[in-house]
Design a protein around this ligand. Sequence first.
Ligand SMILES: CC(=O)CC(=O)C(=O)O
Ligand SMILES: [Mg+2]
Length: 219
Amino acid sequence: MSARNIARFWEWGKKIICVGRNYADHAIELKNAIPSEPVLFLKPPSAYVREGSPILLPFYTSNLHHEVELGVVIGKGGTAIPQSSAMEHVAGYVLCLDMTARDVQDECKSKGLPWTLAKAFNTSCPISDFIPKEKIPDPGSIDLWLKVNHIVKQNGSTSQMIFSIPYLINYISEIISLEEGDLILTGTPKGVSSVQEQDELQAGIDGIVTMTFKVDRKS
Ligand SMILES: CC(=O)CC(=O)C(=O)O
Ligand SMILES: [Mg+2]
């Protein structure tokens, strides 16, 4: 059997752990409180979609939002990983979209229900190519941007994160053991907005990666 290649981690079927409300400006734009501890939720591996395939609009939403986020790919698993050694567990990064059916999420929130339908549907996690760790020496200070049909909607720096990557790795791994190939989505800056069928989403980290996805309806 050939050795597994971390650069294709999305094929391994591991966990996708998402952090919500990790940027104060986004929490404020959605009228959410600024959290004192990370807000966590999960996506299944079936949420992954790669360039060349479309983001599919779920039939039950009329308000699908983009959220551009930095994804942290775990290279070495662990439980209760100390912040001081957390970065040793990182293999690299991907640029991610946390596609969110906002109307469904609002309804779930008002009824006290989990966000699964809003966040975990097929194609809800578009990702870029794998970015080796060495290419981003300081992941706590990079700019993420996203355009819809060539118009800039999101442009934020990971320096605005409320909880840093080492803090998140420690916090998450105290509760959910991390494994090689797991992905952590670290939250989105402000500027989320609605997308429609046939829209083109482009996102990037300057000088590092860009990615383009079309929005479509399941035929
Ligand atoms: C309100 C949200 O959808 C939380 C989230 O995913 C975020 O990135 O913030
Ligand atoms: Mg998000």
